[in-house]
Design a protein around this ligand. Structure first.
Ligand code: 3PG
Length: 307
């Protein structure tokens, strides 16, 4: 059995070592493709792999079809919008994620970005604080829960909207549940975007939602660029010079945002939310264990595609 780690953005060395130990203990072989620059390298690497551990690496129809022996692909992380699930099913490939394993790392970066924004990108001028401010968590999944836990430490007033949870489920954790996404955005000065990119959520954070936000609003995006309507964000930042946007996922119109709103907009150069040794170890080792358990015992617990 050959297990491939295909990561354009490499794991920490300790995570790769931990994966290697799990794979070799099971009697399998490990192959490593990191920082690849051409799709061809990925196509070659998957050609003789039985399983793959990936991150945001694009596993489209072509890549999945090139993996003639592939039985399972595990996305070491939460979002699997980078994988063509229908093509995987058609090729009899099981796709899994490792939910929650990198959530704390992403949540911590949320506050790194928030403080950076309200201290005016550390330009030496007087900024503001998080204490006592309203934070809206959109929405309350694994990252959202960690954001809430940390926000309480900052003394923030924490709200969320999550259509998949009841008011009781949310409020027993000391977070206020609001009835709609509009209410969340109109109530909270700070918004932490924690929704996946799906057909329903793409472009859903739009002009109307953003214009409804209170004065000195700050939008912190550690989720996906696709959930923000980028043209609307430009309009909003132009019409409301009190709003700031900080993101861990460089928008397609990054250059325009920098040139027009450089003092109120910031993007990390590369998605850094899950880029910690701890998150890499948690997610990477979980992925390796899931692969071994799938091959040895047929365990499909974290499967995300149809059979
Ligand atoms: C995720 O979906 O798990 C996060 O966005 C992290 O993605 P990454 O592994 O590509 O950093």
């Amino acid at each position: 059995m050959k297990i491939l780690i295909a990561t354009d953005k490499p794991f920490a060395a300790e995570a790769v070592q931990g994966i290697r130990e799990i794979v070799e203990k099971a009697g399998y072989e490990l192959a490593l493709l990191e920082k690849y620059t051409e799709k061809k390298q990925l196509l070659d690497a998957v050609s003789d792999a039985d399983a793959a551990i990936i991150r945001s690496d694009i596993f489209d129809k072509e890549v999945l079809s090139a993996g003639k022996k592939l039985k399972i692909v595990v996305r070491a992380g939460a979002g699997f919008d980078n994988i063509d699930l229908d093509a995987a099913t058609a090729n009899n490939i099981c796709v899994m994620n490792t939910p929650g394993q990198n959530a704390n790392a992403v949540a911590e970066l949320t506050f790194g970005l928030a403080v950076y924004a309200i201290r005016n990108f550390y330009d030496g001028t007087s900024g503001t604080e998080l204490l006592g401010k309203k934070l809206g968590i959109h929405a309350y999944g694994n990252v959202g829960r960690n954001v809430a836990r940390i926000a309480k430490g900052f003394g923030m007033d924490v709200y969320t909207f999550d259509p998949f949870l009841t008011k009781e489920q949310i409020e027993k954790e000391g977070v206020k549940a609001l009835g709609s996404v509009e209410e969340l955005y109109s109530t909270c000065q700070f918004i932490s975007v924690n929704i996946p990119a799906t057909a329903e959520t793409k472009n859903s954070i739009n002009y109307k939602l953003l214009m409804g936000m209170p004065k000195k609003a700050v939008i912190i995006n550690t989720a996906r660029k696709e959930v923000i309507n980028e043209a609307d964000m430009v309009k909003v930042l132009a019409e409301r010079n009190d709003i700031k946007y900080v993101t861990d996922i460089k928008p397609d119109n990054h250059g325009e945002l920098v040139s027009k709103f450089g003092d109120r907009y910031f993007s990390t150069p590369k998605k850094m939310g899950a880029q910690t040794a701890e998150a890499n170890i948690n997610a990477g080792l979980a992925a390796a264990r899931q692969i071994v358990d799938f091959i040895e015992n047929g365990n499909e617990r974290f499967r995300v595609n149809k059979k």
